[in-house]
Design a protein around this ligand. Structure first.
Ligand code: 5GP
Ligand code: ZN
Length: 102
């Protein structure tokens, strides 16, 4: 957990601009954007991946946050992406949802 990039961002060990924050999650711009707007929505709890989510209410909360973030960022058309597992392209082992918008 100590070596987790996203926990380090949350703990301000890696400086990063939070574009959104609530009790459950926070959002930052992806460091290596793959679309004009590329935002990562990250639960504050360290959960390795979607496969490790115990309370699925978390997913509802994350998508609720996504709608708020999109309103704030004037995003209407977008894709969401959750990579789960190394072979599916998950690089950071802390659950996150990508918002991609061109
Ligand atoms: P994954 O491939 O795990 O679904 O996505 C990880 C994402 O995190 C990648 O798009 C990568 O560019 C991004 N990323 C990795 N390290 C950092 C970081 O330190 N800060 C931010 N803002 N994004 C990061
Ligand atoms: Zn973490």
């Amino acid at each position: 957990m100590n070596n987790c990039f996203f926990c380090k961002i949350l703990n301000r060990e890696i400086p990063s601009k939070f574009i959104y924050e609530d009790d459950v999650c926070f959002a930052v711009n992806d460091i290596n954007p793959k679309a004009k707007k590329h935002i990562l929505v990250i639960p504050k709890e360290h959960i390795v991946s979607l496969n490790y989510v115990e309370d699925l209410n978390l997913i509802k909360d994350l998508f609720s946050a996504i709608r708020k973030i999109n309103k704030q960022e004037n995003i209407t058309d977008f894709k969401t992406l959750i990579n789960t597992g190394k072979n599916a392209g998950q690089e950071v082992n802390h659950l996150h949802i990508h918002i991609l918008s061109n």
